[in-house]
Write a protein that binds this ligand. Sequence first.
Ligand SMILES: [Zn+2]
Length: 218
Amino acid sequence: MRTGAEGTLPGRREIVRRAYAVLDLTYVNDGWEQHLHPAVLFGGEDVALIDCGYPGSLALLEAELARRGIRPERITRLLLTHQDDDHMGAAAELKARYPGIQVMASREEAPYISGALKNLRLQQAERMQERLPAEQKAFGIQFCERLRKVPPVPLDGLVSGGDIFDWGGGCEIVATPGHTPGHISVRALDGAFVVTGDAAVTAPRTVIDFYTRRRYNK
Ligand SMILES: [Zn+2]
């Protein structure tokens, strides 16, 4: 997603304002750097944050929002694309710090995010644990432990494919199941951006379907 997009909203005098911003959360573990990119979509009444990073990311999120000139108190919605911990992990701490934020996800993902059902990635990791070679078992146990500690968060609202919001200058929820059963993406109605979560990742001149590993040329 490109940053710094400008959108126009009608007013007594035309107000030019940002339609969206892309955050950059940087994590460094054992010398390995990972970047996550939650998006902020500005609407008429709402400021919607799409995904929020790993558990423990609250300070990182606040710093990154401040760097972009966005006060966290302005965020009214947190839309989670899916149940993985790098996308929803910080939702509970964000909600605890800013209780006015309405947490939203698809109906299919909701029970895994709220903790009513066991996270699918954890179920998968537990099944794989039995088949892991001996030298990888310690890592497998550690990975399962990490997923068990992800704080669940209750949902305040559900979204479905086809739902329209005025966020980001107008956008549509697109059902993109595959990576997880209820994964959603968010598409700007004017085509200015698509927030794909983990439904697809981009590489130079290519879009990669993260689930099937199929590559599409742009
Ligand atoms: Zn994922």
